[in-house]
Design a protein around this ligand. Structure first.
Ligand code: SF4
Length: 336
């Protein structure tokens, strides 16, 4: 490719979020990505909510905890993070010397956006005797204001690692926080944030679906609202939901989380039926619009040309790393 075209595309990354370069429609992207992995000593980490093609080229597919653990131990020179911005940022926080690229820089997160650091700092100042536990779905700025990070896989355990009388602020997801309050008997102060995908499920439509599929079990992510969690047969992280669907004896499941996870569920249990829980709108899907900004083409381009790249201020990185290290340490001790 001509240098001028590449330079122009790189200059446009900030505006567009990705390298907008035309590819040969005949190109075998799967083979090209495999070649780049070897040439660049690159590892592709993908979240369960990515489109199936991306999941199929990934070296590791997981939820936030698994991805952070993989990012921590990788020997690769380049981390290609197929997920949203805060996840790639976490990989960079843990690997400052490695090149971390993301297919689309604008793949953000409504939950992370619902907790801007300047407002949260004021909120924290109003509760000076509280420690802060933040869900990993937040920006580096929020992580830097936190004492420890958690994921949906380890949130209960992290909260319970503190004495019962320890005052705690939980941010940014109010639904996960309320669920953890319920299962631990704590009374954490909750930041009022939420995920646009998990808030949208319709209790009424799920109930009707359960009537039509009486044998189906409802699997729900704890970011869902309380009325949905109340009727769930199993509540857990994406990894937890996947494992449950593999080991449980039922044949049919209604799945209340982002639809990307269904790809792995169907691959692992081809004899079972998985039905996405219906959202509270006219659309039949519950895709995360941020996660789905990433495509196989964009993934190839970010690997080939090393852009968009995650870069970070060192002071912020060090402050954000502390609570992540604490989480990884607590999780390791617990064998999670
Ligand atoms: S599913 Fe929700 S929490 Fe996850 S990236 Fe999308 S908006 Fe954020």
């Amino acid at each position: 490719m001509k240098n001028e075209i590449l330079e122009a595309a790189k200059q446009n990354v900030e505006r567009k979020g990705f390298l907008d370069i035309d590819l040969d429609p005949e190109m075998d992207l799967f083979a090209a990505i495999e070649r780049l992995k070897k040439e660049k000593n690159a590892v592709v980490l993908a979240h369960y909510y990515q489109e199936p093609d991306i999941q199929d080229v990934a070296d590791y597919i997981g939820d936030s905890l698994g991805l952070a653990q993989q990012a921590e131990k990788t020997q690769a020179d380049m981390i290609v993070f197929a997920g949203v911005h805060f996840m790639a940022e976490t990989a960079k926080i843990l690997n400052p010397s490695k090149k971390v690229v993301i297919p689309d820089f604008k793949a953000g997160c409504s939950l992370s956006d619902s907790c801007p650091p300047p407002l949260f700092k004021k909120f924290k100042e109003q509760h000076p005797d509280h420690i802060v536990i933040s869900y990993i779905n937040c920006s580096a700025g929020i992580k830097a204001l936190s004492d420890v990070i958690c994921t949906s896989s380890n949130a209960k355990f992290i909260v319970e690692s503190f004495p019962k009388d320890q005052k705690i602020i939980f941010a940014p997801d109010r639904n996960l926080g309320a669920y953890i309050n319920k299962v631990t008997g704590r009374d954490m102060v909750l930041w009022n944030g939420a995920c646009m995908v998990h808030e949208i499920f319709s209790l009424e439509k799920i109930t009707k679906l359960k009537v039509r599929h009486p044998q189906a079990k409802l699997l729900a992510h704890p970011e869902c609202e309380e009325p949905v969690l109340r009727i769930a047969d199993y509540i857990g992280s994406t990894t937890g939901l996947l494992k449950y669907s593999q080991t449980d004896s039922a044949k049919e499941y209604i799945v209340a989380t982002e639809t990307g996870i269904l790809h792995q569920m169907m691959k692992a249990s081809p004899d079972k039926t998985f039905i996405p829980a219906p959202p509270n709108n006219n659309c039949a899907c519950n895709d995360c619009p941020h996660m789905k900004l990433n495509t196989l083409e964009k993934l190839y381009l970010c690997m080939e040309y090393g852009s968009p790249e995650i870069l970070m201020d060192e002071e912020l990185r060090l402050a954000a790393k502390k609570p992540i290290d604490r989480m990884l340490e607590i999780s390791k001790q617990a064998g999670l």
